[in-house]
Design a protein around this ligand. Sequence first.
Ligand code: ADP
Ligand code: GLC
Length: 492
Amino acid sequence: MRSKKRALRVLHVCSEIFPYLKTGGLADVTGALPPALAKMGCDVRMLVPGFPDFVNPIQNKHLVAELPPRFGAHALRLYYGTLPQTGLSAYYIDAPGLYDRPGNPYIDIYGQSYGDNHRRFALLGWMAARLVEGFDFFWRPQIMHGHDWHAGLAFAYLQVLQRAKGEKLAGSVFTIHNMAYQGNFPGHVFGELDLPDDLFNPEGMEFYGQVSFLKTGLSYADKVTTVSPTYAREIHGGEQSCGLGGVVQRRDPDVVGILNGIDTQVWNPSTDDTLATTYNARSINGKKQCRLALQQEMGLRSQNTAPLFCVVSRFASQKGLNLVLGVMNMLLEKGAQIVIVGNGEHHLERAFSDYAHHHPQQVAVRIGYDEALAHRVIAGSDVIMVPSRYEPCGLTQFYGLRYGTLPLVHRVGGLADSVTDTTPENLMDKTATGFIFDHFDISAMEDAVNRAFALFSQPREWRVVQRQGMKQQLGWKHSASEYKKLYDEIRV
Ligand code: ADP
Ligand code: GLC
């Protein structure tokens, strides 16, 4: 056992952590990667905004510092405590005026971004730099690791701090989970960020006259990671780079793709207590019961002759659900059943709900966000469709693999890196785990659907592919060691 003294001190800066606060896969990652790093011997702490979803569960709270008003926060304190599920230590910024609001971390109850988001998340970054500076006398991070645009400004504050001190104080890593969410704000807010003017230029924080939080992280972090090797290549240019391809190219030697893992305790069909019954790769029969239970729960006809397809997803254009709509009639004609869980763009909510209304025995739709239901749906289905237009990593295809639910995916980003197509060769050498289509169009997806039906009609072959997926090592161990290697390259 390595002594705590020598353990590398790593601060993760983020705005979501599963199971406390989650709007997407980011939370799954920040809920599982830091504990995996801790298991490997790192001394990991989290820094989060004081959203009630964090403040309420955090235990053993201690005041670290009380500060004068800043960024629009009148009462401003930094606390330290323990996250109960993992026992990890966390700092939270207690600023109720900024963080204690109805709605989610970024938008109000009407779906509008909060008008002061630039200040709410500037404060998160500013506080990260203060911790690097030694704000907590007892613990100073050697690595500052920020996630997504919410943490982007941390890298500017760190840059300014290191410039003032004339030395490097911490290694810094910025993980981009999605290039499309950039945290861009009108240029005039720059004056509210408490940063020197020279940072507001196209080599730094400026993106066509706007302040870009994502670009700030991309510009100033020692290392930039993204959540799959393929996505790391894709963001060098074209549509996927969302206008930042030039910056990515400039930072190319420091840009690394590390494929996400999943929390194999949360997602484990052999222990999952949300399911009708548990099962595993050796004894997969329980999955049939899960399927039957799902059909009953959803009011679908009980049958086991045609495959049950599912989607568990945000309804956003990224997710390619227009292709699912495009293959719906074909699926119905072939006798498939379809279960769809998600929410987001209203036209998709309406279109899927219409199908459920007209085909109640074959299609079920649940509009909303329901973690336990997501488990039951994935366990009870035969195929999970993830036809994303782009996908930095994607997690539901992993959950599908783990639950013996074959992923049907577009060959892009992390989907390309995590699913092996059922080509005749891959079937023969037992490496196939799902169905992949190359072109982002309906006919390509139809072709993959046809192949899914063909395989389903050969139960023995189907089972081989299921088992192959269930056997994959999907935990965080490997990826966490990749992050650790990166930390070792840049540690102070
Ligand atoms: P993204 O973060 O782009 O939405 P990911 O695939 O990385 O995509 O992560 C999505 C996460 O959110 C997964 O854990 C998935 O199970 C979950 N999820 C998405 N929609 C829902 C929903 N409606 N109900 C429950 N969980 C959902
Ligand atoms: C983002 C991406 C998704 C990825 C997740 C976790 O939300 O859209 O592809 O899996 O972050 O890294």
